[in-house]
Design a binder for this molecule. Structure first.
Ligand SMILES: C[S@@+](CC[C@H](N)C(=O)[O-])C[C@H]1O[C@@H](n2cnc3c(N)ncnc32)[C@H](O)[C@@H]1O
Length: 327
């Protein structure tokens, strides 16, 4: 039921890299822009990439694989030479690994709802990757609003620009249970998995790297149990472990885009069945249009729409850096 990209957005590998350079990374990562334009203009590198399954030719995978292997990213000629010299390793890394960016700052979008629920909470994240979003209670949050900063919680700081009538909480939630589910869980105790998460962060985003390292330290102190499984099938089994006296929250961020329509329908059916057995709060932080209720925000400059039990309540930045509560 999982969906992966099966082809470049517009056909050839060269087109894919050019489009990625000009649309996705321009203005954000000058180094990646140069490298992706280099790939797009180099028939020999494109031929190497074309030896991989189409879903594995993704720009983000190649760039992260080269960095994971310690390759150079400051000049196209050096990058190209590394890809040729180390192609066996690069290709193996691209085949084995996936883009599983795990961004703890996305907790900033969830916190106002989590803190307002009856406490304590049992948190169940589907598509959890390494489970770095399962610790919303271990950070301090600085919400920057038009009326000044609002700080809540203790721990390393997460910053978020907030607008609209956000119900900013006075204290963080109390979490008594954390569980995760992922098709391919990453393990915070495995150095290689964490190096891979670092390699997925674009090189100029040192702010995100700092958050990632803090999140890894938090999770390593109390490693979350992330089960291998498919959210379209295995939700009931994980939910059965949540303590009955806690408020169960099932949430996902940047996940359902990877799941096809029948899979999304199976997941919401499983959620409804779960809600018959016990109260559940369902939080989704997904790209506009991933859930039918958020269709109207497509193409309107919002990276994510936060829904609570299917109802849109806020817009959010892709990595949790902004939160715009709806009236
Ligand atoms: C982009 S990552 C997001 C990780 C985390 N939710 C976050 O926001 O930081 C998407 C994750 O969803 C997982 N995933 C995709 N389809 C899934 C499915 N059908 N069942 C379980 N996990 C899935 C992937 O393996 C990946 O780890």
């Amino acid at each position: 039921m999982a969906v992966t990209w099966t082809a470049s957005p517009s056909g050839s590998t060269a087109d894919w890299y050019r489009e990625f350079a000009e649309v996705d990374v321009r203005g954000v990562s000058p180094r990646y822009e140069v490298l992706c334009l280099g790939v797009a203009g180099d028939a020999e590198v494109c031929a190497l990439l074309d030896s991989l399954p189409s879903a594995k030719r993704q720009p983000n995978l190649l760039l992260a694989a080269v960095r994971f292997l310690g390759g150079p990213i400051d000049a196209w000629a050096d990058f190209r030479a590394f890809v040729f010299d180390r192609w066996v390793d690069v290709a193996q890394t691209m085949r084995q690994r996936r883009t599983q960016t795990n961004e703890a700052r996305r907790s900033s979008a969830l916190l106002p709802v989590l803190a307002g629920l009856p406490q304590p909470l049992a948190l169940l994240e589907v598509g959890a990757a390494a489970g770095l979003c399962l610790f919303p209670d271990r950070w301090s949050y600085r919400y920057q609003t038009g009326d000044g900063d609002h700080v809540v919680g203790e721990g390393p700081e997460l910053r978020c620009r907030a607008s609209g009538p956000v119900p900013l909480p006075e204290r963080p939630p109390e979490v008594v249970w954390r569980g995760g589910l992922d098709l391919h869980p990453l393990d915070v105790r495995r150095e290689q998995d964490m190096r891979w998460l670092e390699a997925l962060i674009w090189p100029e985003r040192t702010d995100r790297l700092a958050v990632l390292r803090a999140a890894i330290a938090i999770a390593r102190a109390d490693p979350p149990a992330i089960r291998t499984g498919d959210l379209t099938v295995d939700l009931p089994g994980v939910a059965a472990d949540a303590p009955p006296e806690a408020t169960l929250v099932v949430f996902h961020t940047a996940v359902l885009a990877y799941v096809d329509d029948p899979g999304r329908a199976a997941f919401t059916t499983a959620l409804r069945a779960l809600a018959v057995v016990r109260p559940v709060c369902w939080l989704a932080n997904e790209a506009p249009g991933v859930l039918p209720q958020t269709q109207q925000w497509r193409g309107r400059g919002r990276a994510r729409v936060l829904t609570r039990d299917g109802l849109p309540i806020a817009g959010a930045g892709a990595h949790g850096d902004t939160l715009d509560w709806f009236e």
